[in-house]
Design a protein around this ligand. Structure first.
Ligand SMILES: [Cu+2]
Length: 150
C-alpha cells in the first residue's frame, strides 16, 4: 500500500510540475528525436530554440527549470543528417549568444533578434549547445546537447 501511495504522490508531483512550467514543454521536445532510424538514410531536422531571461523559456527552451538534471535541450540526429535551428532571443532584457561545439562558431543576438543555423552533422559525438557570451542567465543553468549518432 505504501509503494502505491508513493507512486500516486510522485505522479501528482510530476503533473503539478508540468502544469507549472506551462509552455516550456510545447516548444520542441527536449529529446526531439531520441530514437532516430539512422538506417533510413539522411534526413533534415528543424528545431526552434528560444533563449530568454523569463518564463516560460527561461534559459534555453526552459533549461533554467532543469538545473541539476540532464542537458536541456537535447537534439539527437544521425551522422549525415541536415540540422536546421532557428534560434531566437525572446522576452529578454540582454543579448545572448548561441554556439555549438564543432558545428557552429557562434552568434550574438540582441533581444528580439533571431538567426537561422544550418549544417550537416558530419561528425559523430556529443557536443555542447550553449550561450557563448557573458549574460546574467545562462551561467546558472545546464547547457543543451547535440548528439550525433554514428
Ligand atoms: Cu545568455
Amino acid at each position: 500500500v505504501q509503494s502505491k501511495r508513493a507512486v500516486l504522490i510522485a505522479t501528482i508531483a510530476v503533473i503539478l510540475a508540468l502544469a507549472g512550467l506551462g509552455g516550456s514543454f510545447v516548444l520542441f521536445p527536449h529529446h526531439a528525436n531520441s530514437d532516430p532510424a539512422c538506417s533510413a538514410g539522411p534526413t533534415t531536422h528543424s528545431y526552434v530554440i528560444y533563449e530568454s531571461d523569463n518564463p516560460p523559456y527561461k534559459g534555453m527552451n526552459g533549461s533554467y527549470y532543469h538545473f541539476g538534471h540532464d542537458s536541456w535541450p537535447v537534439i539527437t540526429v544521425c551522422e549525415g543528417d541536415t540540422v536546421k535551428i532557428h534560434v531566437e532571443n525572446v522576452y529578454s532584457s540582454e543579448p545572448h549568444g548561441f554556439q555549438i561545439d564543432n558545428y557552429f562558431p557562434g552568434v550574438t543576438l540582441a533581444p528580439g533578434q533571431s538567426y537561422n543555423v544550418s549544417f550537416v552533422a558530419n561528425k559523430a559525438g556529443t557536443f555542447r549547445v550553449f550561450c557563448n557570451i557573458f549574460c546574467l542567465i545562462h551561467p546558472y543553468m545546464i547547457n543543451g546537447t547535440l548528439v550525433v549518432l554514428g
